[in-house]
Every structure is written in C-alpha cells, then in structure tokens.
Design a protein around this ligand. Structure first.
Ligand code: ATP
Ligand code: MG
Length: 333
C-alpha cells in the first residue's frame, strides 16, 4: 500500500525554497492517498535551540503548513517528539547503519562546518532519524527538495540492510519524490548556496510571511547589478543569481524556463524584477493572511497537532511492536 511521509524542521520560518521544493507538492498529493506530514522538532535540536523560540517555531510551522493548504482533516499533521516510535526506531537503525555511510553525507559536512569535533552526535546521526521517521510508517514515497535526495538514498540502504539481516521484506524501500522545477532554490544573495531557514542573512531568502514591500525590496536587491536577463538559456547559466531568479519565476508561473527567458531576455531587469515581485506577492499574501489568523488561536493549533499525534501513533506503534519482535525483543510486555 502506498504511503507518503515528509517532514520540516522548526528551525525558523518557512521560505520560498521550502514552499516550491516541498510544501506545494505535499498539498498537491494530499488528495491522492494517505499522507503524513511532521514537524520534526527532534531534528531541530541537533543544533542548539532556545526552548521558548523552539516552542513558538513549532506552532508557526504547523500554522504555515495549514495556511499553505494542507488540510488536517485529509492528512495526518503532528510533531515528531509526540510519537516515541521515531526515537525508538532511530536507536535500532543506529545499530544497523554504518559510520562509513554517514561519513559520506554532505549535509552533515555543511552544517558541522570546519570544526566537526564540536558538532553534536545527533547532527551526525540526523539522517538515521530521518530514515526512522520514514520507516516507522512503512512509507513508500517521500516528497522532498533535491538537497534531501542523499538522505532518502540512505534510508533505502538502511531498510535494505534491515531486511537482509533479518531475512524479511518488512520495510518497503522508500522513494524520493523530487519536483522537476525549483527542486533547489538558491540563496538570493549568492546564487551558489541553497536558500535555508538557518541562513543568518535574511536577505538570502523570501520568507512566506514577508510583507509585499519587503518582498519587492529583496527582489530589487537580488536584481541589482545583474544588467539584463540574457536572451538564451546557455548564457543564463553563466549567472547563477539570474538563473535562480528566472527559475523561481518559472516555478511560480508554472512555465518552462525557456519561455521565461524568451519573455524577459535581452531587456533591462526592471520589467522582470517587477513581474517577479508581483508573482511572489500574489502567491504569498493569501498564505500570510491565513497564517496570522491561524496563529491567533494557539489552543486550536495544539489540538490539531495532538489529534495528529494520536493518529500517527496508531499507525507507528503496531509497526514498532513488530520490529521489536523481529529483532528478538518484546515491546508490549
Ligand atoms: P535548515 O536550514 O534548518 O536545514 P531548511 O530551509 O533546509 O532549514 P528543512 O526543514 O531542512 O528546511 O527542509 C524542509 C523541506 O524543504 C525539505 O524537503 C527540503 O528538501 C526542502 N527544502 C529546503 N530548502 C530548499 C530549497 N532551497 N529549495 C528546495 N527545497 C528546499
Ligand atoms: Mg535543511
């Protein structure tokens, strides 16, 4: 049976990369079958978090997901820390995954920076927790951005190794579902690194909750100095900043990049700049308004997340019970 699972960290506010790379697809998939979406707070603490900020970020992410169109009556929406099966399976899978596999993970290298010895054990084992998130529900499909492809490959390897060790076909091998366009939205500042919640520079990203004037300002700044949008896709590729903006426009307009280049290429950036800002404002303003409305009733949000956790537990617990039996333990008594 098919099951879709994905997660997002409460490490800040949702940005355009999260939206185009992941959340927009989650909304599209919610009518097609069983979907589970998770605010992965256990993942967030692999880098230091301030408790009060974490508490509000969790609610904000939940509110933003609903504002983007996820319907808690159609999907299971919950927070990772309220379903203990994730952490339990994490430990079991930690004992199956090898150090060599984890040593290859590029996200760890980026997030740990130069001084890897200072990084937490949790940051190193992060992809194993992600594998546990996915396998706890016997997930078949994982809609994520391009940056998570390597982690989903690892989850497949871990599932395969579990199945081999215990001579079973218990875990299905999860497949990454990565969008064709905007799978990797880049920083507005550099065009060279991924747009991220945890980037210190707020100008590097468009947040879903930025107001129209801030959006226009950020796009103006990003276009500053670009001269003109080149008239061919090959030339465009030589300017990562411009290419990123054109790709964002194409994803919002649901048009081919070639068509956008045809429309705006060879003319000064002002027209493109205004058109892009208009598209962004049109797409994001309704989301932002709905977000504010949802956030004004925190008790309601908490009830949605609690009900989601109940539903998630009812799927995860029997699967974990079976895992314990398979490996020679007993979870129930
Ligand atoms: P952090 O910087 O804390 O890691 P993040 O912005 O990378 O935050 P995550 O919570 O790690 O966000 O990822 C949530 C989802 O958004 C994942 O599916 C991820 O692949 C996707 N995603 C994140 N950044 C981008 C991006 N720049 N372009 C496309 N998809 C993205
Ligand atoms: Mg990330």
């Amino acid at each position: 049976e098919e099951l879709t699972f994905s997660g997002i960290q409460p490490t800040g506010t949702i940005h355009l990369g999260n939206y185009l790379g992941a959340i927009r697809n989650w909304v599209a998939m919610q009518d097609e079958g069983n979907c589970i979406f998770c605010v992965v707070d256990l993942h967030a603490i692999t880098i230091p978090q301030v408790p009060e900020e974490l508490r509000s970020h969790i609610r904000e992410i939940a509110a933003a997901l609903i504002a983007c169109g996820l319907d808690p009556d159609k999907v299971i929406l919950f927070r990772q820390s309220q379903v203990s099966a994730h952490a339990e399976l994490w430990w079991i899978l930690n004992s199956i995954a090898s150090m060599g596999w984890l040593n290859r993970m590029t996200q760890f290298k980026q997030k740990a920076g130069k001084d890897q010895a200072e990084a937490s054990v949790g940051l190193f084992a992060y992809p194993v927790l992600q594998a546990a998130d996915v396998l706890t529900y016997k997930t078949t499909h994982v809609p994520v951005g391009e940056d998570q492809r390597q982690h989903i490959e690892l989850a497949r390897d871990i599932a395969m190794r579990f199945n081999t060790i215990y001579a079973t076909e218990f875990f299905p091998l999860p497949e990454a579902v990565i969008p064709k366009d905007a799978a990797r939205v880049m920083s507005l500042v550099s065009g060279q690194t991924k747009m991220s919640k945890s980037d210190q520079d707020d100008n590097s990203r468009i947040n879903l909750l930025d107001d129209p004037s801030l959006i226009s300002e950020k796009i103006a700044r990003a276009c500053d100095g670009l001269g003109e949008i080149s008239g061919s896709q090959e030339d465009l590729a030589t300017s990562p900043k411009a290419e990123n903006l054109v790709r964002i426009y194409a994803a919002l307009a649901q048009e081919d990049v070639g068509k956008v280049v045809e429309e705006f290429g060879g003319s000064a950036t002002e027209r493109f700049q205004r058109a892009l800002a208009d598209r962004l404002v049109a797409e994001l303003s309704p989301i932002s308004q709905e977000f504010q409305r949802l956030l004004s009733d925190k008790a309601h949000l908490d009830r949605i997340l609690a009900a989601g956790a109940d539903k998630a537990r009812s799927i995860a617990d029997p699967i974990l019970d079976d895992v314990y039996d398979i490996i020679g333990m007993s979870r129930r008594s």
